[in-house]
Design a protein around this ligand. Structure first.
Ligand code: NAG
Ligand code: NAG
Ligand code: NAG
Ligand code: NAG
Ligand code: NAG
Ligand code: NAG
Ligand code: NAG
Ligand code: NAG
Length: 439
């Protein structure tokens, strides 16, 4: 934008008479001393699967959320004096008409509330307009909102769509682990959603990020992952996914308290192939590199690639080779921007094939081979050995019983806390200067 303005001035100054003022004097420069926008919250956008669309009558064949208000609560990571909201239509097949948006603090500053503190309510605008038409495949950034937020606080965002979105392809994040509410009519300013049509669901729709106006030292840490990072097995409305628990530790440490922790994970996600959300190789550009203020990244993924590949040795050998090449590709791409990327080892999933279909000896061999590569190849800037944290001391192919949510794969809140406790916060100082973009 500034470059375009500059180019325009340059072009006109070439045509201008010689007596024109020096170019520098005509360029408006605003020096914010390094203050910048940094993401404080994200949710990985994905094409909503049929079962995760809203329930009828909010879902009809051919349109979704007609004449509907959606109220959603989000867990901020870092605080600041002003915020911006990003809405995503990246997976919509038609334009997304947003009619009105408000922000407020939720009642009791807690997640999953339908009630807001009306004295904090503010109208959100988009380039000065209360409404915006977001073309398919794109996103909208709100104007700055003078809405001070605290680290680890909750924000309520209410969205009204007069006409809904045409078609049944909409952008959402099903694994919110947080209750959202929707009802008919425009209730973005209402203290509570009380229409008889109101429904509560643990999904987020359309919201993909909140940015905060931050001092120069503030920066973001994007985490690419699957259901284990998305928080399956954590407590709904409690924000006890492992990244939330690492954030809580980071907030107590002066050298990490200005780092936004950005959960870019989705249940079922794979590195090599689409399914529940696009494959991780394909989404790195959007979910990591295009985020605001990103200075660190990590990937904790691969279990669904191993688990959905056939269990025979040849198929597993193939998926092993593909995963290693994919990790190298992702590392190369992220390093191009001088951003370090940490790798986490894949945690156990064996135990009982009736309960956990991934559980076979051949897949355990692949998991061990991939983890060996993650630990010893030196390709990741640092290794977070979550396998070592969660595995059983008596059988390394299984989760320790006290960390198992019951399906032999997803940790319970104690497991998520153990991951968070093991996280080496010194990594953020060690890589504060970024990495070489050579490889
Ligand atoms: C929503 O409607 C679409 C199109 O009719 C259908 O495929 C999908 O199963 C519906 N989902 C829900 C939750 O009603
Ligand atoms: C208020 O917040 C506290 C702490 O988050 C929570 O334990 C409590 O359930 C909340 N109360 C209500 C009424 O939601
Ligand atoms: C705001 O956008 C709507 C369409 O979304 C348009 O009808 C209206 O003219 C716009 N208002 C202003 C002030 O630009
Ligand atoms: C979105 O807005 C455009 C322009 O006003 C309009 O033609 C279209 O019908 C609207 N779509 C919906 C679903 O309301
Ligand atoms: C939208 O929903 C509200 C609340 O149910 C209702 O009063 C209103 O008539 C509806 N508007 C339209 C255009 O259907
Ligand atoms: C808020 O609305 C919900 C229905 O969505 C209702 O169950 C609840 O009692 C209301 N709370 C208050 C304080 O009115
Ligand atoms: C470890 O667990 C796996 C999966 O449950 C099982 O097949 C294997 O026999 C166990 N090994 C030992 C030494 O208990
Ligand atoms: C595996 O789980 C099934 C279903 O709960 C149970 O019937 C079976 O006994 C379990 N197998 C083992 C080896 O524990």
């Amino acid at each position: 934008m500034q470059f375009l303005a500059f180019a325009g001035l340059l072009a006109s100054s070439l045509l201008a008479p010689i007596s024109a003022a020096p170019l520098e004097a005509q360029v408006e420069t605003r020096d914010f001393g390094g203050t910048h926008w940094v993401d404080t919250w994200t949710s990985m956008p994905q094409l909503t699967e049929p079962a995760n669309l809203p329930n009828p009558p909010f879902n009809q064949t051919g349109s979704v959320f007609v004449n509907s208000t959606i109220r959603q609560t989000l867990h901020m990571s870092i605080g600041g004096p002003q915020i911006r909201i990003r809405l995503s239509n990246v997976f919509g097949a038609t334009q997304l008409n947003i009619t009105a948006v408000t922000v407020a603090l939720p009642f009791n500053n807690s997640a999953g509330q339908s009630i807001i503190e009306t004295n904090t309510l503010q109208t959100v605008t988009f380039s000065g307009n209360n409404s915006i038409i977001i073309p398919d495949g794109s996103l909208a950034v709100s104007d700055p909102i003078h809405f001070p937020i605290k680290a680890q606080s909750e924000l309520a965002v209410s969205i009204y769509l007069a006409g809904g979105q045409l078609g049944n392809s909409i952008t959402s994040h099903p694994g919110s682990r947080t209750n959202s509410f929707y009802q008919f009519g425009n209730a973005v300013n209402a203290a509570n959603l009380t229409d008889p049509s109101v429904q509560a669901v643990a999904h987020w729709y359309f919201l993909s990020a909140v940015e905060v106006w931050s001092p120069p030292q503030a920066r973001g840490f994007a985490i690419v992952g699957d259901s284990i990072t998305d928080g399956r097995g954590s407590t709904t409305n409690a924000n006890n996914r492992w990244p939330d628990l690492v954030l809580a530790r980071m907030q107590k440490n002066p050298s990490t308290k200005d780092i936004g922790v950005l959960n870019q994970a989705a249940g079922g996600n794979r590195i090599l192939a689409d399914g529940l959300g696009p494959n991780a190789i394909g989404r790195i550009d959007r979910d990591v590199l295009a985020q605001s203020g990103i200075k660190y990244s990590m990937i904790f993924e691969g279990v669904n690639d191993i688990g959905t590949a056939p269990s025979d040795a040849a198929s597993q050998d193939f998926v092993y080779n593909q995963l290693i090449q994919a990790f190298e590709q992702i590392i190369t791409r992220v390093h191009t921007f001088g951003i370090p990327i940490f790798g986490a080892t894949i945690t156990p999933f064996s135990g009982n094939v009736t309960i956990q279909a991934y559980s076979t000896p051949e897949r355990e061999v692949t998991r061990q081979r991939v983890n060996q590569w993650i630990r010893t190849s030196g390709k990741f800037d640092a290794v977070l050995d979550f396998d070592k944290v969660l595995r059983s001391p008596t059988n390394q192919s299984m989760l320790a019983t006290q960390f198992d949510s019951g399906d032999f794969l997803h940790p319970n809140p104690a497991g998520y806390q153990a991951i968070a406790d093991s996280f080496d916060l010194n990594l953020f100082n060690r890589f504060a200067g970024g990495v070489s973009s050579y490889m």
